[in-house]
Write a protein that binds this ligand. Structure first.
Ligand code: SAH
Length: 389
């Protein structure tokens, strides 16, 4: 705690912040501190994450928000399937098969116009594997049946994916994806789960947001001042209390995939909630049981996300020599791919489900229509992807 002082701008009243950071007080600790753990001889990995983070902060000082978010989400996804009505949130492929099918046809169309090369299908953070299952069924009918590569760190979700996509190859990270063929890569609600940094405007400049632990609470505090040079020029004079977010992990993945696509051919489709940044705004949020929660509470027990800065991702892809389409709203994208015709065909085939199909169509294109954005990054040697006209 010595490394940074509490910042009156960024530190909210402690009463708003609920759950314990002192070892043994977390919601998952359930009772007294294990004496083995308290003496430092316990199995650290088995201790609740809140306790491990509290211990690390007590010993070595506040950690960056990116470290807090990375640790929280790693634990969160490793220990559960969070999707669906019984979980914490629902995603587009879990709402309707139309979403994955249209993305499969999008990939098949691009592959066809690129001359039908031996390409691989890749999904980043595939959740239950629903999107790729729907996509590959539709793509197969169009003659496109590529090998499937899934980038997934969670053992629980890998098991769910294996039930639907038994012939897939799994990867911990993008580095091990095939290097000898074009890649058609899909990332739906993947980038929002990657860690962000926050820079907060305070007296005389911008400060890195850190996560401290005081009494029994995790809370955001201001750390070291960062040079003004790292703040985009247009945002430098923002009002006190303004927050700028960056996601070095997202940019690194985007750049590396863009390099691969330029060298190997193919395309990347990113679908997520986001904005055309860089811009000012604190978008860190926690979701638990389909409701918003305090992001500094119960690390590892709730989903932490931030809105995706599509402007910065697109700029990173362009620097690597890739061509970029979008970002455009998910509603416009799915509309251009023919979701209305697909919804009509499904409703005709199952008239008893027509009302539900119409509701799903509206949810995907209206409720999620502009909040969710779609960006395509593709090889300059490939045709432009469909859906962005
Ligand atoms: N795309 C799915 C699931 C979204 S939830 C859908 O739309 O339904 C986020 C997914 O990303 C989960 O599968 C989660 O385990 C995975 N994930 C989160 N962080 C990751 C990381 N750093 N590396 C690989 N996968 C990650």
């Amino acid at each position: 705690m010595a490394a940074a002082s509490l910042d009156p701008i960024t530190a909210p009243p402690t009463a708003q912040f609920g759950v314990g950071c002192a070892p043994g007080t977390s919601s998952t600790a359930r009772g007294a501190v294990d004496p083995e753990l308290a003496s430092g001889r316990g199995d650290e990995a088995a201790a609740p994450l809140a306790d491990r983070l509290a211990r690390a902060i007590t010993l070595a000082g506040p950690i960056s928000l990116a470290q807090f978010m990375a640790a929280a989400n790693q634990q969160y996804y490793a220990t559960r399937d969070p999707l669906g009505s019984g979980g914490d949130f629902t995603t587009a492929p879990e709402i309707s098969q139309m979403f994955g099918e249209l993305i499969g046809l999008w990939g098949a169309d691009l592959w066809d116009r690129a001359g039908r090369p031996h390409a691989a299908w890749v999904e980043l953070g595939p959740g239950r594997g629903t999107l790729s299952t729907d996509a590959l069924r539709a793509a197969g009918k169009a003659g496109f049946a590529p090998p499937v590569h899934l980038v997934e760190t969670s053992p629980v979700l890998r098991a769910a994916q294996a039930e639907r996509l038994p012939h897939a190859t799994w990867h911990d990270a993008i580095d091990t994806l095939p290097t000898d063929r074009p890649l058609i890569v899909i990332a739906n609600e993947f980038f929002d789960a990657l860690p962000i940094r926050q820079l907060v405007k305070g007296a005389g400049g911008w400060f890195e947001r850190l996560v401290a632990c005081q009494d029994t609470l995790f809370l955001p505090i201001a750390g070291k001042q960062v040079p003004d040079g790292v703040i985009p020029e247009a945002l430098r004079d923002a009002a006190a209390g303004s927050v700028i977010e960056t996601s070095p992990a997202s940019v690194a993945i985007l750049r590396s995939l863009a390099q691969r696509i330029v060298a190997q051919g193919g395309a990347l489709l990113v679908v997520d909630y986001g904005y055309d940044g860089p811009a000012v705004g604190d978008t860190l949020q926690a979701v638990r049981g389909h409701a918003y929660a305090n992001p500094y509470e119960a690390p590892g027990e709730q989903d932490l996300t931030a809105h995706v800065d599509f402007g910065t991702l697109a700029a990173a892809a362009i620097v690597e020599g890739a061509q970029v389409a979008g970002p455009i709203g998910q509603g416009a994208f799915l509309g251009a791919l023919g979701i209305a015709a697909r919804a009509a065909a499904l409703a005709k085939a199952a008239p008893d489900r027509a009302e539900g199909i119409t509701a799903d169509h509206q949810r995907l294109t209206q409720a999620m229509g502009t909040l969710f954005q779609v960006l395509a990054v593709s090889s300059p040697d490939w045709p432009l992807p469909a859906g962005f006209a």
